[in-house]
Structures are given as structure tokens and as C-alpha cells.
Write a new protein. Structure first.
Length: 262
């Protein structure tokens, strides 16, 4: 009877421990099973799996771990992540969180905040108007602010770099190239200081040219020309600054206009 009572007590202890959520760790070949989460009702869940990287998950993770970064970009299905001061420890943490084949890490010098601030300085100092800059944008892949400007304004670089750290900038110098339009003046808007050009071969006039202090005007022989010299019916060839408003007629700022001989 005593043996039966002891066996009964042992069974009762095992049942009580199981009810309290205590689980036995199985050992095979001297290794314990991976840890699993235990839910509120005592049931086990599977280990947390690596996630395939996608832009939103990566952004959330960067914010979660407060990593200084130069933003992310996609190349096909691969998420590329620019990390300022990339270390083996950061790489290891990423590989534990995300499937390694779904992302690439790159070590960069500048954070996305630094790039944004540099571009904002161009606006604050009104350098687009003062120095005849065409445009600017953040090149995430190369970790730079790219500034587009005419190739004959290259001497303005020094003034830009008084405002923005030159290490943050890359330049695109735009050559004059072939004319954007050759045609006849259909209308002269003296008040708006612009001309409407009817391109050869087009059914209707199709481009308004406006002028600023950097627009270059000349006759075909190279002699000087002013806006007041433009008359309806004259033939011209012109170049825009590259930024054309997609309307009809289209609208652009003249980089250069040449009045052709009669």
C-alpha cells in the first residue's frame, strides 16, 4: 500500500507542475531544443522566423534600433540599405532579423537628414535664381545631392560650396547640345516677356519661351539681340533650360535663343 501511495503522489506532482506551465526541455545528442514562446494559456508557439526584407519593414527596423542611415532603395526585389558607419555587428543583427538574400547593406558617409538639409540650404539661400541652377535632387545610390546647371556656369561652383559642404555635392553640367525647337514666332507677349514659337512641321504653335536674366539672345551672325527686337513671323531656334511645363502650348525658360536671318 505504501508503494502505491508514493506512486500516486509522484503522478499528482507531475500533473500539478504541468498545469502551472512548467515544460520539460528535451535533450538530444547533448543539445537542448530551441527556446519557444509560451502563450498565456500555456501553449507553445513556434520560434520567430526571419522576415523577407521590404521597404516598410526596413524603415520600421531602422527606427526601432535608431540606426543613422542614408535611406533605402530598391533594385529589383532587393532592398538596399545605406548605413552610416556600417559595422559587422550591425550586419549580423540585420541577418538575424531579415532573410540575407533579400537585402544589401552599404556603408555611406552621410545620413539622409544631412542630404535633405544640404538641399534645403539651396532653397533658403535662393541659389537656384541667383546662380541659374536648373535643379537638384538627392542621389540615394551615390549618397550625394546632385545639382544640375549649365556648363557655362561652372564658375559658380565656388559660391555653392560656400553654403553647402562640397563633400555632399555632385554636379551635372548640361551642355547646350542641339536646339530644342526651330520655328517661327507666332506671338510676342511683351507684358509677360515671352514669345510663342510655332515649331516647323507642327500644326499649332507649341512652345512659350520665357526669359530671365541668364537667357542669352543673339542674331545668327553673333551680334547682340534684345527681347524688344522680337517680332511676329521671325524665325528662331532656341534652347530651354531643360525644365518644360507639360501644357499646351508647353512652357519653358529660354537658355539661349538665336534670331535667324530672313
Amino acid at each position: 500500500m505504501r508503494t502505491v501511495r508514493l506512486a500516486f503522489l509522484l503522478v499528482l506532482v507531475v500533473v500539478i507542475l504541468a498545469a502551472c506551465g512548467v515544460k520539460e526541455t528535451k535533450v538530444e545528442d547533448g543539445k537542448a531544443e530551441p527556446d519557444t514562446k509560451v502563450t498565456g494559456d500555456g501553449s507553445n508557439t513556434a520560434p520567430i522566423a526571419q522576415a523577407a526584407a521590404d521597404p516598410e519593414l526596413i524603415k520600421s527596423y531602422l527606427k526601432e534600433v535608431s540606426l543613422t542611415h542614408g535611406d533605402i532603395y530598391l533594385d529589383g526585389s532587393i532592398v538596399h540599405v545605406n548605413i552610416v558607419g556600417l559595422t559587422p555587428e550591425v550586419t549580423s543583427a540585420f541577418e538575424k532579423r531579415f532573410v540575407p538574400s533579400t537585402f544589401r547593406l552599404h556603408n555611406v558617409r552621410f545620413s539622409i537628414d544631412e542630404l535633405n538639409q544640404a538641399q534645403e540650404k539651396l532653397h533658403e539661400q535662393d541659389l537656384y535664381k541667383k546662380l541659374n541652377l536648373y535643379s537638384s535632387g538627392i542621389d540615394v545610390i551615390n549618397n550625394r545631392v546632385t545639382i544640375s546647371m549649365p556648363d557655362d556656369a561652372a564658375d559658380k561652383v565656388e559660391e555653392i560650396e560656400k553654403v553647402v559642404n562640397k563633400e555632399l555635392i555632385s554636379y551635372e553640367f548640361v551642355a547646350l547640345g542641339e536646339p530644342h525647337i526651330i520655328g517661327s514666332i507666332a506671338e510676342v507677349d511683351a507684358a509677360g516677356k515671352r514669345i510663342l514659337v510655332h515649331e516647323d512641321g507642327e500644326e499649332n504653335p507649341n512652345l512659350w519661351f520665357s526669359f530671365n536674366e541668364f537667357s542669352k539672345l543673339s542674331r545668327e551672325d553673333g551680334s547682340n539681340l534684345s527681347f524688344d527686337d522680337f517680332k511676329k513671323g521671325q524665325r528662331v531656334k532656341g534652347w530651354t533650360t531643360g525644365m518644360v511645363m507639360d501644357s499646351f502650348p508647353a512652357q519653358g525658360t529660354a537658355r539661349k535663343v538665336i534670331l535667324l536671318a530672313e
